[in-house]
Design a protein around this ligand. Structure first.
Ligand SMILES: [Zn+2]
Length: 98
């Protein structure tokens, strides 16, 4: 069962990147907006990952995360929950810098 991450993203003031069945049913525009939002979120997460914890090979970006142990995973394999965690800290870090 997938959980809808829409409200959690909106709570961060970030457009939803959820692609659960219910969100997909909102239509093509919402699917393409979600894809754009996901790409922007992943870019921000990568930028905020310390250099020692990220790498890029052959055009694919990887970051080190904790999944029952540390693992280097492709950036676009992050689950919505993992993304929301990191996006939240990235946005807080930016807000503190201002
Ligand atoms: Zn959803």
């Amino acid at each position: 069962m997938t959980t809808c991450s829409r409200n959690a993203a909106l709570a961060l003031d970030w457009p939803s990147f959820c692609c659960c069945e219910a969100c997909k049913a909102l239509g093509a525009q919402s699917i393409s907006d979600a894809a754009k939002s996901r790409a922007r979120a992943l870019r921000k997460i990568y930028q905020h990952t310390p250099k020692d914890y990220r790498s890029s090979r052959e055009g694919q970006r990887f970051i080190m995360i904790w999944r029952d142990g540390t693992a280097l995973v492709p950036l676009d394999s992050l689950t919505d929950t993992e993304m929301l965690d990191r996006l939240g800290s990235a946005l807080r870090a930016e807000a503190n810098r201002r």
